[in-house]
Design a protein around this ligand. Sequence first.
Ligand SMILES: C[S@@+](CC[C@H](N)C(=O)[O-])C[C@H]1O[C@@H](n2cnc3c(N)ncnc32)[C@H](O)[C@@H]1O
Length: 400
Amino acid sequence: MAQQASEEEILLAKRIISAAERHDIPALHILLKEGSANVQDPTASVATSPLHAAIAACGKAEDGKEAGDDAFKTVELLLANGAIWNDLNKEDETPGCIALRLGQKKIYEAMVEAGVRAELLFSKMEALGMGGVEAEGEENEEADETRDEQPAAKKQKISEEEAKPVEEAVEEQVLDDVSLDNHAYLKSQLRYKPGILLDESDNAVMMDWETQIMQRHAETLIPKAGLRTMNVGHGMGIVDTAILTHDPSEHHIIEAHPQVHQRLREQGWYDKPNVIIHEGRWQDILPKLVEQGVVLDAIYYDTFAEDYAALREFFSEYVIQLLDPAGKFGWYNGLGADRQICYDVYTKVAEIDLHEAGFDTEWEDIAVPSGLHGSSQWDGTRRPYWTIDIYRLPVNTFVK
Ligand SMILES: C[S@@+](CC[C@H](N)C(=O)[O-])C[C@H]1O[C@@H](n2cnc3c(N)ncnc32)[C@H](O)[C@@H]1O
C-alpha cells in the first residue's frame, strides 16, 4: 500500500481484514478482486495482515478440536491470492507462528506447504535470472515477497538479490554483520572462548552444546572403520574429533579461515595420521578434488555465513561427483532454527532439492539440551541461532 493511503484504501483494507477474520469466503472473493491479500490497516493499533487475522480468529484448539472448514478455506483463499507466508506482524509472528501457538495443526501444515511452494518457486526464478524482476501475477508476487522474513540462524539465508547491497557494503567496509557475506566473514577476526567460537560481529559460529549432535552425525555417516571421509568446516573441531574415533582410512578437512588454520596447527591436526587438510574455500578446493578423481564414503558439511543456495550447490554439484555410490552425506541442519515454521519449511525444501539431485533422505529427531533457549550460554552473542526443541538430523544416500 502507498505510504499515504487514501480513505478509500483504508476502508478496503479494513473490509478485507474483517472478512478474513470472520472467515467470510464469499465476501473475500469479491473484495480480493479490488484489493490485495496483503493489505495492512495503517490505523490499527496492531498491524496485522488478512492471513494473521484469519488465523488468530481461530482461537486456541481446545482438546485437539481445530478450527472448521471455513477457517481453512479462508487461509487457502488468501494464499492462492498471493498472501505472504512469512510476513511478520508487530509481535514478530508469521501467520504460521500464530497457527502453531494456537495448536491449529492443519492450518500450520498449510502454512508450511505454502512456504515450501514459495521458496521452491523463488529459487527457480533466481536460477532463471528472474529474481530481481518485478513479478507479475499472484504466484510471482508471493515468490517475490518470500524474502520478507529470513531465517536468522547460524547459517544466514540471503538471496542473490539481497546479497547485492551486502556486496556493496563489503566493498565499502561498512558491513555491520560479517555473517551476511562469506568473504567478509573469512576476513573477520574470530575469538575462540571456552565452549564457543565467535566471529567479529559476535555471532556464535559454533558452540559446544552441539557436541552430541556432531557425534551422532559422525556415527550415522561412518558405520565402520577404514572408510574415506571428508568434513567441510572445522570450527571447534568437534565433528572432526568424532569422525576420527571411527578410524577412517583417510579424513579430509576443508577449512577457509586463516585463524582456524592456525588453531588446527596449534592442536596438531596437520600431524595426525590419515588427516589431510585443505586450506581454502570448498568452492575452490572441491573442483580440484573432483579432477583428481577423489572418491569418499562419507561427506559432512557445516560451514558458516553461507546461505541455502550454497548448500544446494554443494550437494548437487560436488557430493554427487565425490561420493561413492554406497556412501553417505550429512549436513548441519540449522537453517531457520530460530523459528519453527522456517525450520520446517527449509527442512522440506532441502529434502525436495536433495531428491532432485538423486538422494534419499532419512531424518532422525534429536532433542536439543533442555534449558538452552534463554540460557546464559547466549550471553555476549549477537542473537541465539537456535530456539526450537528438536534438531532434525539428515542422512542422505543415493536413490536406489
Ligand atoms: C559452524 S563451524 C563448523 C563447526 C564444526 N562442525 C565443529 O564440529 O566444530 C563452520 C566452519 O566453516 C568454515 N567455513 C566457512 N565458510 C567456508 C567455506 N566457504 N569453505 C570452507 N570452510 C568454510 C568456518 O571458518 C568455520 O570454521
